[in-house]
Structure formats: C-alpha cells, structure tokens
Write a protein of this length. Sequence first.
Length: 331
Amino acid sequence: MPFEEQPTGPIPRVPQFAQQPPQRNNTGLVVGLVLAAVALFGIGTVGVVAASVSADKAEEPVEAPIAAATTTTTSETTTATSTSEETSTSEESGTEQPVPKLGDNPINIDGNGAVTTPCSLPEFSTDVASQDAFYQAALPCLMQAWEPALEEADLPTDAPRVVTTGDDVDTPCGLRTWDQTALYCPQDNTIYMTARYYSEIEGRSEAGVFLGQFAHEFGHALQRLSGINAAYGSASATAGAETEAGLELTRRSELQATCFEGMSLAALQNGGVSNDLIFPALRDSAARGDENSDVDDHGSIQTNSTWVDQGFSKNEITQCNTWLSPPSDVD
C-alpha cells in the first residue's frame, strides 16, 4: 500500500502534547516545542526555532554490534515532464527477507535505535534540482543510521530510490500530481518527493521542514524492509481500508513512520546536524494531523506531536511500536 504525508492547513493548529503519552519520558524538548508552538501561533506562521531548546540532545541508543555502512542510491529528477519508473533499481540484500509481522516484528530489539550519524547536507533551495540534491545527500545518512538495527534483526538493507519531481509522475502506486504530498511506493521501493507541493501549496522554504517530510517517507521504507508494510497491507485488506478498523490500522502505520522520523532526526542531531534543521522538522511534524483533513487516517495533531517527540527523545525502536499501543494512543 502507498503512503502519503498528510498536509497541514494554511495555519496549522498549535500542536498539543498528550497528557499521558505512550511510554515517554519528560525532556526539555517537550517544553521547548510547546513554547515554540505557542510563539508561532501568536504570529500565525510556522518555521521559527525556539532558542530555549537549542541545547537539547536526543538520548543515545544502544548501538548494534555490526558497524554501519553508507549505502548509495540512484535518482531521477523531473521538472516540466515526468517519466514513470516501473521497476526498482534496488534489490534485496543477501538472503535476508522482510518478515510480515506487526507488533512482534523482529525489528523490535530492545535497546536498538538509529545510531549517531554525521551528515553533510548541501545548501537548500526550493527548486527541484536543489531539493533533489538535498534528498540524495540525506538518504545515505539515514541508511547508515538504520543499517545496524536492520542487520542485527536479519532484515534486508536495500535503500529506497528517490524521485524528486516538479510535475505529475506515474508510479506503480498510481498517478502522483505535482500538487499532492510526498509518497512512498513499496511496489518499486521509491520515495516520490513532490517538490512544488511543499514550496508552492504549503508555502514552505525552511530546509528542516523538507528534511522532516523526507524522513517520514523513509520511515515507510523501513516498514517495507522489516515486513511491517506487508503485514499491514494484509490486515488492511481484511478489515477494509475505509472501515473504522482499517483507518485505525492506517493511523498506526502513519504514526510509526512519524516516530521513526523522530528517531532519524535524533541520529542526525547527535551526529552534528544543526538544530536549525532538526527543530523545524520536529515542529512541522507535530503540527500535522487529521484536523487538516476529512479522513481520520493519520492521527490527530496531538497524537502526531506525541509520537514524533517519542521517537526523537527516546530513540528506541520498541518505543515506536504503535501496533501494541491502545487505540487511545493512535486516535
């Protein structure tokens, strides 16, 4: 099943953190983000970093014993016209295969998280070519952060491809128009970043916002590698995608990807990526939710803010296991 990020409204509601968040500790980040959100609400914009949280660091995970290795990928950039890619250029690594399980997926090894990863990112601009260069530079960093956990769980580590487009693009998951949000398509293991949507429809220009959305879609790629995606697809087909049970399954999937996003941002921050990128990414994800849509398939703003903070502050895979959480934590 394809995955797409939920858009925000013109002025997103102030993110509110759950009173009893799922398995989280109290960190300075929570206070800082709430203060930042309140300040942002006062001026009606999104994108300012609160100085009061600039020194916060995510908790370090217990690193897997296998060393991380950088993985490269191929890219395709589309501007005035787009071409469809029918097959993925990446293949499953070795003999490892995804395991189609949800809450008991083998990726859930206690203590494992996204390992500290230095990442040199190019100067960001909203044009398609600059965005593509930014995502292509971020991708091997995210793979390096997650490969140890995947390898210890005996799961494949094939990197997704990235297609950055300024036009409509045909995908195995269907047509993606330029004015729709980003999409991860598991059929060809490709992240489709719709560059003009974020810059023109949402009016965003801060690099951190784009990095956060990319890290969310990468979270869906992790679900494919682990087998969570396949298990979710089967469960959704059985329940019916548009039923109450089916929508709850989709929210669990989306919120786990958001939690994985928070873990990825923690790995990059601990590796030295500037908070000028990290905190706008966190704040943007914390402000997204079903209040900006007519379908309850991504979770409320309050729930999204809880899970992205959970991933960032805890940085442990088991803390992102939305499949074992009660319905009230994925509403």
